[in-house]
Design a protein around this ligand. Structure first.
Ligand SMILES: Cc1cc2nc3c(=O)[nH]c(=O)nc-3n(C[C@H](O)[C@H](O)[C@H](O)COP(=O)(O)OP(=O)(O)OC[C@H]3O[C@@H](n4cnc5c(N)ncnc54)[C@H](O)[C@@H]3O)c2cc1C
Length: 499
């Protein structure tokens, strides 16, 4: 029996995280008599970046019952089939990390296992040629999956590039239409209950007081509730992921928008290019210990494909996470919960996961410690596995220069070391529990980064090599034929969801 149900939820912050939380709670707590209030300060504003996503964002949109073409139009989005890595492993090198499954198993033997055997003997093409996402991206094509058997067209997996402020504004309209109350104002003080240190109320600059049962901290890097009030603590991961600054600038299009994010390695970091319908988002992520802000700005501005719109905006960050994502009656989401640099576009996804986990362990006013502990273990595990995936991009390269040489010396985490050791011996990749990246993501990035196994899974020898070869050829041919038949990305947008 729920004798003490949550009566009010207070969300602090109206950036991407705050409005994602508000929209989800408005949807899932419908008919439960829970008052949902969001406080934000226009004076402080939002971080204003975060434009590339990964495929689970499409589930977030669908679950809210939002029409996909409608939101794509409103937030001026384009489609994303993966990430292209340019000059990353070494200058002149190029590899693609596509979304979605690649190839198909042969009986009980997985595609990665038999592809690897043929690759090691020089009898397989590059991985990208077996992925419909990678091949469509290379040729600027896009379509949604079709409902048909036995075709790679039924597996097309995609995400979005969108304008972050338009996305937040869309979710605000959605939330307010479902009863979420928005308060404009600057929070000056957070009051804690003397007996147990739980958050009791927020005091605004205008004299207003806001009370609540459950508080969601979406206040950005400052962590107004989770850190400044509750002193939860932060685990600094800069020794693994040393980039600590970014410069962000928008630019005009120099051609049709490609259906992928491009990331290019630079002397002390990397640069992103995210195409939207109306403009391009660009950013240079770098390590302040290895370059100056002026030099970083020169690198960014001299590598834009179209004319810049405005001046670069500087951002500083410390990669890491809060020691607890949920502390007492406060759950932190978004930048307030931690930050992993945006190389694989994972932050918005971690907001989504935080909301999903909060709903899974939704409390009553007793705030059972077992629920909180489990939430925190999942939070810790998932952040850690994303960190490992990012770290691997830096430790395994052949690039010259002080920054990249420093990165190669970064000690691996135990969990990443195990992953790489398993892969190096027989090409094995394990996905544990709820870790984010699927086996094929690890495969593409490990091969892309030049981590080549010494051997392959011995069980692949149960298959006739001639049959494997024929199967690989058939997959490649089918992928090519499917991509031939796909419309261009720009054409698809113009026909279905132009802003
Ligand atoms: C350089 C960079 C690039 C990124 N790229 C990506 C990407 O490609 N993909 C991705 O998934 N993520 C990316 N991210 C992360 C992404 O931007 C964030 O996860 C996302 O925007 C969520 O931000 P937020 O809502 O947590 O914080 P913010 O946008 O900072 O919002 C904080 C909110 O809190 C309010 N607030 C703060 N203090 C107070 C106060 N005292 N009183 C009242 N209100 C207050 C502010 O007004 C604001 O509304 C990137 C981040 C950075 C830094």
């Amino acid at each position: 029996m729920i004798d003490k149900p949550i009566r009010s939820v207070v969300i602090v912050g109206g950036g991407t995280a705050g409005w994602m939380a508000a929209a989800s709670l408005a949807k899932f707590l419908e008919n439960m008599n829970v008052r949902i209030q969001l406080v934000e300060s226009e004076q402080i504003g939002t971080v204003g970046v975060g434009e590339a996503t990964i495929p689970p964002i499409m589930d977030f949109i669908r679950v809210l019952g939002i029409d996909e073409n409608e939101i794509v139009r409103q937030i001026k989005a384009t489609f994303k089939l993966g990430i292209a890595y340019r000059d990353w492993t070494r200058p002149g090198d190029f590899y693609f990390h596509p979304f979605g499954p690649t190839g198909a198993g042969m009986g009980s033997i997985s595609f990665p296992a038999y592809w690897l055997k043929m690759f090691l003997s020089g009898d397989a093409a590059r991985l990208e040629e077996y992925s419909i996402q990678a091949m469509a991206a290379e040729r600027n094509k896009f379509m949604r999956p079709v409902h048909a058997p036995n075709t790679p067209l039924n597996k097309i997996t995609y995400a979005l590039h969108f304008d972050a402020s338009l996305f937040a504004r869309y979710l605000r309209r959605y939330s307010e239409a479902r009863g979420v109350m928005r308060t404009e104002g600057m929070i000056k003080h957070v009051s804690l209950r003397p007996e147990d240190g739980f958050i009791e109320s927020l005091f605004l600059e205008n004299g207003e007081t806001i009370e609540g049962d459950l508080f969601i901290d979406c206040s950005g890097f400052r962590g107004l509730l989770i850190e400044q009030a509750l002193k939860t603590g932060y685990e600094d991961w800069t020794h693994w992921l040393p980039c600590d600054r970014a410069l962000v600038v928008q630019s005009e299009h120099a051609g049709p928008p490609p259906p992928y994010t491009l990331v290019t390695a630079r002397e002390a970091g990397w640069q992103w290019r995210i195409p939207l319908q109306h403009r391009v988002g660009n950013g240079h992520v770098y390590c302040s210990g290895f370059t100056s802000d002026d030099k970083a700005a020169d690198v960014l501005l001299s590598n834009l494909e179209g004319a810049p719109i405005g001046d670069p905006m500087p951002l500083r960050f410390t990669t890491g996470r809060r020691k607890k994502g949920w502390n007492k009656n406060c759950v932190a989401l978004g930048l307030a919960s931690g930050f992993l640099e945006p190389l694989e576009s994972t932050s918005i996804h971690l907001v989504h996961r935080g909301i999903a986990m909060l709903l899974k362990f939704f409390p009553d006013r007793n705030f059972e410690q077992a629920d909180i502990d489990r939430y925190n273990r999942i939070f810790e595990f998932e952040f850690g596995r994303v960190r490992d995936f990012l770290l691997m991009h830096y430790t395994h390269t052949e690039r010259q220069g002080a920054f990249w040489e420093h990165c190669r010396k970064i000690p691996l985490t135990d969990s990443l070391k195990e992953k790489i050791d398993l892969f190096r011996s027989h090409g094995r990749i394990l996905r544990e529990d709820t870790e984010l990246f699927p086996i094929q993501s690890w495969l593409f990035v490990m091969i892309g980064q030049g981590i080549i196994p010494r051997g392959y899974d011995p069980l692949v020898d149960s298959l006739d090599p001639a049959k494997i070869k024929a199967n690989l050829d058939a997959i490649r041919t089918t992928v090519k034929q499917c991509v031939d038949a796909m419309p261009g990305h720009k054409e698809f947008i113009e026909k279905n969801c132009a802003a």
